[in-house]
Design a binder for this molecule. Structure first.
Ligand SMILES: [Fe+2]
Ligand SMILES: [Fe+2]
Length: 293
């Protein structure tokens, strides 16, 4: 079971983060609002994928807790993301020195927190994106649960559209612009789905995706060949998988009215691509290209 642990005293923020995590692959979230009774060394931390620690705590110095976690064999490799208010940058510096992996200054965008979580945790969640590889490992019931959960999150007025955050940047202007386009289309789909009008946008989205896979992937692959990117073949294969999905969508739905449920699947697939591929794989490519220039 993939679990995240939130330590922080702000109820509303805890709930928002819990919601974000449960809608993005985590199966369980433990929240410790008052961590004074929490014995770091006695806790097993089994299945914990990451800690999110809000340093703005009136009663407890949570930097000391980060130090304890880093000294405990069962927790010393689990990623920690620290949160802090603008006025408390000193705590943030102490948290980094104590061993936290990432930090965010409040107020922050939930897209940014999710980007950081994806970056530091490998979440083996079951998504539409994995269906080709793992179909046999997941029951229909699990799939239904995933879709229902996401359907609720789409209706939820606190659910968020994606915003371009620095973590998405690969550092190559053409590629970044093309990635921004994909985010724009995802957001458009998402906003219309919230209004129950997603199906009106589907044809346009499909047309965009067909162009996107033809042009954007070619741009990226050309740059990789030029820069002799060592994982070119692997990367190309991922592009091919996405292209095949777009082709399948076209075959399956052209001329047909798409259902809300299928639209939800498609939006999850695109969101996963944004976080898994662009944030991680395209970023590796960007780093390699910038280094080789
Ligand atoms: Fe890309
Ligand atoms: Fe790519």
């Amino acid at each position: 079971m993939k679990k995240a642990v939130i330590i922080g005293s702000a109820n509303l923020l805890n709930l928002k983060i819990e919601n974000l995590l449960l809608n993005n692959g985590f199966q369980k979230v433990e929240i410790y609002k008052n961590p004074s009774g929490l014995n770091v060394k006695r806790h097993t931390w089994e299945d914990t994928e990451c800690f999110i620690i809000d340093l703005d705590h009136s009663e407890t110095d949570l930097v000391l807790m980060i130090k304890d976690l880093r000294q405990h064999y069962a927790a010393n490799t689990i990623p920690i993301i620290s949160l802090s208010g603008n006025s408390d940058l000193n705590s943030l510096k102490r948290a980094i020195a104590a061993g936290c992996n990432e930090f965010l200054v409040k107020p922050f965008d939930m897209s940014l927190l999710l980007a950081r979580i994806y970056k530091i945790c490998v979440i083996n969640k079951k998504t539409f994106a994995d269906e080709n590889q793992n179909d046999q490992n997941s029951s229909d019931y699990t799939k239904m649960q995933n879709v229902e959960q996401t359907a609720d999150s789409v209706k939820d007025k606190d659910a968020f559209t994606l915003r371009w955050v620095k973590d998405f940047e690969v550092g190559i202007p053409l590629i970044d612009e093309e990635h921004k386009e994909l985010i724009l289309h995802f957001n458009q789909l998402y906003l219309l789905m919230k209004d129950g009008r997603g199906h009106e946008y589907f044809e346009e989205l499909l047309l965009f995706l067909k162009n996107y896979v033809a042009i954007h992937f070619e741009h990226e692959e050309e740059l990789q060949v030029k820069a002799q990117y060592p994982d070119y073949e692997k990367h190309k294969k991922m592009h091919l998988q996405f292209s095949s999905k777009v082709y399948e969508l076209e075959q399956e739905y052209s001329g047909k009215q798409i259902t809300d449920r299928d639209l939800i699947h498609i939006s999850i697939y695109i969101r996963d691509w944004l976080y898994r591929h662009i944030l991680i794989e395209d970023n590796k490519v960007g780093k390699h290209i910038l280094k080789s220039n």
